[in-house]
Design a protein around this ligand. Structure first.
Ligand SMILES: NC(=O)C1=CN([C@@H]2O[C@H](COP(=O)(O)OP(=O)(O)OC[C@H]3O[C@@H](n4cnc5c(N)ncnc54)[C@H](OP(=O)(O)O)[C@@H]3O)[C@@H](O)[C@H]2O)C=CC1
Ligand SMILES: O=C(O)C1=N[C@H](C(=O)O)C[C@H](O)C1
Length: 272
């Protein structure tokens, strides 16, 4: 049994992770945490996360304390950049492997995550769906083969509660596309407004829509002369993100320290 700790347990992803980890034969939820001072602390995690049954795990509001008593093999964290960085530090100090699904990290944040990953293995990826990770690979291949004569644009749509834009997945797609086309992050454009002039060659547009309960949709457009290719992934619930994260948890629990991503977990590394 892989002794698993879930953070942000009452969140959209936290509660999905709790449900799927509870139902997995090889995982045991040994602790679950919420934000410091949360009124949910002390309640049963299963009831607070609306799983329909008690989990016999009481929510704690301090990961440090949760790791002290739980003999955890792995922590799975979908909270937000600030909390994830703090949780990574705690895991590093305690020697516990970590899976981070949060998005919205700055370059400095990623450097801090890398620092924690010197002490423990960490898988961090903006999208843990196996399908999306294959779409990323396919987008890279299309860009390489089609080359600079096609104009590349990334469009994403998410629910109204999402805090960061563009999504971490859209950014990852744009970065991979730029790399495949011999471009850099400076070629990404996020805003078009006013007298923009003609589209500069090599530009990669990244646009975000927000509304309703959209779980997560990403399309890469390759606009050519006389033809257009559209590569789309649509998530219709959060289970595939959580299943991917639990797959990463099983994988990372047996790794050496280092910062890994889902391509490592899925054995896709080097093929973008
Ligand atoms: N990699 C992937 O596959 C996916 C990544 N994500 C990313 O995961 C993150 C979470 O998404 P989602 O579940 O929708 O968000 P939610 O807001 O529903 O959940 C976040 C949870 O984290 C808790 N939290 C926030 N700040 C802290 C803190 N400082 N300390 C402890 N707990 C904290 C929140 O508590 P409170 O409610 O009290 O604020 C909440 O319970 C986002 O960054 C999102 O982009 C989402 C889906 C898939
Ligand atoms: O916040 C979300 O919901 C999601 N965030 C991730 C991202 O920013 O890419 C992944 C997924 O699309 C859902």
């Amino acid at each position: 049994m892989i002794r698993t700790v879930i953070t942000g347990s009452t969140g959209r992803m936290g509660s999905t992770l709790l449900r799927l980890a509870r139902d997995a034969k090889d995982l045991q939820v040994v602790a679950a945490t919420v934000r410091s001072g949360s009124p949910a602390a002390g309640q049963d995690a299963g009831l607070a996360a609306r799983l329909g049954a008690a989990l016999d795990v009481l929510l704690m509001d301090d990961l440090e304390r949760a790791l002290e008593f739980s003999k955890a093999d792995v922590v799975v964290d979908f909270t937000g950049p600030e909390a994830s960085l703090a949780h990574a530090k705690t895991c590093a100090a305690r020697g516990v492997p970590l899976v981070v699904g949060s998005t919205g990290f700055s370059e400095e944040d990623t450097a801090k995550l890398r620092e924690s990953a010197r002490k423990v293995p960490i898988v961090a990826a903006p999208n843990m769906s196996v399908g999306v990770n294959l779409v990323i690979q396919m987008a890279a291949q299309l860009a390489r083969v089609l080359g600079p004569s096609f104009d590349v644009e990334v469009l994403e749509a998410h629910h109204r509660m999402k805090k960061d834009a563009p999504s971490g997945t859209a950014l990852k797609l744009a970065e991979v596309l730029a790399e495949s086309l011999g471009r850099t992050r400076d070629d990404l454009t996020f805003v078009r407004d006013g007298q923009t002039g003609a589209r500069p060659p090599g530009e990669i547009g990244v646009q975000a829509l927000r509304g309703g309960d959209v779980v997560g949709e990403h399309t890469v457009y390759f606009f050519g002369d006389g033809e257009r290719i559209e590569l789309t992934h649509r998530a219709t619930n959060r289970d595939q993100f959580a299943q991917g994260a639990l797959r990463a948890a099983r994988w990372v629990a047996r790794r050496a320290p280092g910062l890994y991503d889902m391509a490592d977990v899925l054995g896709l590394q080097g093929k973008t």
